[in-house]
Design a protein around this ligand. Structure first.
Ligand code: ATP
Ligand code: MG
Length: 159
């Protein structure tokens, strides 16, 4: 029997990149060890931009490259270690195992672009964010995750 924890769902209109950065800062505040933030969305939807905003809010000052080719980049932030994955180029499940996702989640949190490449059952406490391009500067974020995210991700400072 699986226990389904109460879900939090929200749709946020992100008017510009500042709004995306504000969402990143809110995610950073709520982020805990064992959390996996699944960043869905087409090419150029803003997944890396949002991941970068989370890391910046966690006081990462070094360059945050897109991990499209390295597949994963690790950051030791003052609060917790964070691994930023991009599975766009993943070839097979063996390669996925080599990325040590379980280790990353037992030590810290994970931000993951193209999570659908890892299959449907992602490990960890999953916060799903679907980014949709609604204009040259605007995006929509459809969010679903454990109820504890609600206080972090509701409010009006996204527009
Ligand atoms: N509100 C916004 N939020 C996020 N990105 C935005 C926004 N408005 C414009 N952009 C632009 O959209 C682009 C998003 O690129 P980004 O690399 O973050 O996308 P991605 O989803 O990671 O793509 P990929 O699948 O190639 O990794 C950037 O050039 C960014 O400046
Ligand atoms: Mg990207």
């Amino acid at each position: 029997m699986s226990i389904v924890s109460p879900q939090f769902e929200a749709t946020l209109d992100l008017a510009d990149q500042e709004a995306t950065a504000a969402l990143g800062a809110r995610i950073a505040k709520g982020l805990r060890r064992g959390d996996l933030v699944a960043l869905h969305g087409e090419l150029g939807a803003g997944k890396t931009t949002l991941a970068r905003a989370v890391l910046r809010a966690l006081s990462v000052t070094e360059t945050v490259p897109s991990p499209t080719f390295t597949l994963v980049q690790s950051y030791d932030t003052p609060r917790l270690p964070v691994c930023h994955y991009d599975l766009y180029r993943i070839e097979n499940t063996v390669e996925l195992e080599e990325l040590a996702l379980d280790d990353a989640l037992s030590e810290g949190a994970v931000l993951m672009e193209w999570p659908e490449r890892a299959g449907e059952d992602l490990p960890g406490a999953v916060l799903r964010i679907h980014l949709l391009t609604t204009g040259s500067q605007s995006r929509r974020a459809d969010i679903a995750g454990p109820a504890r995210w609600k206080p972090f991700l509701t409010g009006s400072s996204f527009v």
